[in-house]
Design a protein around this ligand. Structure first.
Ligand SMILES: [Zn+2]
Length: 198
């Protein structure tokens, strides 16, 4: 079983200069240490410090999962030299790229507690991480499939930042809501899934 440690809560807001956003960054501490979404390239020092606070060095991370390829979700991948990278549908280690049929719906099993599943919609190659935890049941780290908790009642929050494949995204949102207890969305704090979705 795993501990889900949200290192940084994601956020997004509109400003006069444009939208200001960074992603939720999550440490999954357990059998294989995993980090999900790695902020922007300007966040390396603070990310490293946060990991040290949790008794983890960058070299201890076995997998880096980026829920999709946008720059605010992939920026510090360079810190994790011992990790296998899963960036959207692409799996690699150094210069080696592995075949995996995410496009055909196949989950990628990291171990008996953690899997990565295809959940396209925000981009056509989004993935989500599903993890069994010690104290919260099943948790999904979804990236921008969910923008923040408030988008459960206000569709415009996720539709306005998506790629226009709203039907596909809605379908994958429903699938996640049915199966998990908690969600870490791309740009807001972790929230509990309301019971009526079950
Ligand atoms: Zn994002």
């Amino acid at each position: 079983m795993y501990d889900v440690i949200v290192l940084f809560d994601g956020y997004s807001e509109n400003t006069e200069m444009g939208s200001c956003a960074n992603c939720s960054c999550v440490l999954l501490k357990g059998k294989d240490n995993i980090i999900v979404d790695t902020l922007t390239p300007w966040d390396g020092e603070k990310l490293q410090q946060k990991l040290w606070n949790n008794d983890i060095n960058c070299e201890d991370i076995k997998y880096v999962v980026c829920t999709h390829g946008h720059s605010d979700h992939t920026g510090c991948n360079y810190l994790f030299s011992n990790a296998k990278l899963i960036v959207g549908f692409s799996i690699s280690s150094r210069d080696l790229y592995f075949d995996h049929d995410f496009a055909g719906g196949k989950p990628y099993i990291i171990n008996e507690f953690v899997k990565v599943i295809p959940t396209p919609g925000h981009t056509l190659e989004d993935v989500s991480v599903i993890v069994e935890t010690k104290d919260r049941g099943l948790v999904a780290i979804t990236g921008d499939l969910f923008e923040k908790e408030q988008d459960l009642s206000d569709d415009s929050l996720w539709k306005s930042v998506g790629s226009g494949h709203d039907d596909m995204q809605q379908e994958n949102r429903n699938k996640i809501l049915k199966q998990v207890d908690w969600i870490v969305p791309g740009h807001g704090p972790m929230f509990k899934v309301p019971d009526h979705y079950k």
